[in-house]
Design a protein around this ligand. Sequence first.
Ligand code: F0G
Length: 452
Amino acid sequence: MSPPLTSAPGVRQKTFSFRCIGCGDVTESAQQDFRCAQCHDLLEIVYPAWDEYKPGAEKLKSAWLTRRLSSKPEDLSGVWRFRELLPPIEAEQVITLREGNTPLFELPRCARITGVPQLFAKHQGMNPTASFKDAGMTVAATFARRAGFKWVGCASTGNTSASMAAYAARGGMRSLVLVPEGKISWSKLSQALDYGAVTCQLRTDFDGCLRLLQELVLRAPVYQLNSINPFRLEGQKTLAFELLEQMGWNPPDHIIVPGGNLGNSSAIGKALVEMRDLGLISRLPKLSVIQAEGANALVRTLRETGGKKLVSVAPETRATAIRIGNPASWKKAAHVIEATGGACEQVSEIEIAQAKAEIGAEGIGCEPASAVTLAGLKKLVEQGFVKASETVVLVLTGNLLKDPDYTMEFHRGELLAEGDGARSLASLRHAPTVLDATLDAVMRTLEQSEKS
Ligand code: F0G
C-alpha cells in the first residue's frame, strides 16, 4: 500500500470520525444508510485531531497554491488539492475527473439589474459532468471503492445520477440510478445511460426514489451516494475553499445557493465555519438558501416551526433539479443558515425564468435551478438584507445545456401560461426563425433585429 497523500509541509495528516447531528454520538464507522444507530439522524464527518493540532492557515494556503503547478492527478483535481481538510486517502485510490477548478465570473449586466455592483458567479456547471455534484462524487466514489463495494446507487433529479455514473465508470464500479419518471431532463438521463448506469425510472417523485434507496442499501451491497452520505459533503466543501482562494481570502458578504435536498448549502456552510475556525478567513459570509415556491420545504420549516420540525411539501416546479418536497439535509441547512446569519427565500416560476434568461444574456448561462440564486438576490436586495455596497457570490450549480427543453420553451414563449406576467419577459426571448435560404430573407431579419 502506498503512503497517504502527502500533506502540506508541517501539517500533520489527521483522522476523521462520524458525528450524529442529532444526539452528538461519535463513531469511527457508519452504517450503510449513513444514519445514527442510536437516533437515526444524519451523520457528519469531523476531525477530532484538529482540537489538539490545528493545520496552520498560511502553510495550507501556500501548499494549495504550489499544487497548481503540479501535474499529478490528485493535484490537478480542484477537490483533492485541498486534501488536508478532507478524509485522508492514498493517492493511488483517488477516482478523479479533474473536477473543481471552476471559474468565478463577474456579472456586470446582472449587477446593473440588481443594483449590486460587486456581483459574481461561481460556476459549478463547468465541472466534468456539468454540475456541482462532481466535487462531492470524487470523494464519495473513492471511499466507496476503498470500502470494497462493486455497486454504488443514488436517487436523483438527474445531476447526481450523471455524476455518480461517470465516477463509478472511471472507478470500475457498477451504478444503479433511481429517478422519477418523466421529471428529469433528457440531457441528464442520457449522461447516466452513456456512462453505463442501470437506470430505473420510478413512478414516484425524488422523495419516493430516495426512500426506496435507503431501504435498498440496507438489504443489498450497494453503496449509497446521495448527499446523505457525508463523504459527498466533504468534497462539496471545496467549492468554498476554492472560491475564497479566488477572492484572495477576502470573504464576500453573501453567498447565495439554490436549495433542493439541501446537501450543498450544508457543505458550503460547514466549509465556511471550518475556514473561520482554522483562521483561513477572518469572518463568515452570510449563506442564503433559495428555493422554488413550489418546492419550499425549508422556507416553510423555518417560517412555520422556527426550524424545529420539517414541513414537507408536494413539490412542483419546472426547475426539476430542485423538485424535492422532503429534503434530507434540512437540519444541517437550517443550522448553517443560522450559524452564518443567512436568509432563506422562495421565488416564483416566472422569477426563475427571468433570472435564467438574464444569466444567459451574460454569455454564461445555467440550468433553471441555478437561476433561483439571482431571483432570490433581487428579493434580498428589496428586503434590505443585501446592501448595494456588499459583495455577493451566486453559486451556479448546473450548466445551461443540462435542460435544453426548458430553454427552448422559454424562448418560444411556451414555458409559462400567458397572464402569469409572462408577457413582460418578451424582451428576453430570442426564438429561432425559419426562413427561405435567401440572402434577402436573412438581411431583412438582421435589419428587424437592429430596430428591436
Ligand atoms: N442545483 C442543481 C443543478 C441540482 O442538481 C441540485 C440538486 C440542486 C441545485 C440542489 O442541491 O440538493 O444539494 O440542495 N440535485 C440533486 C440531484 C438532488 O439528484 O441531482 P441540494
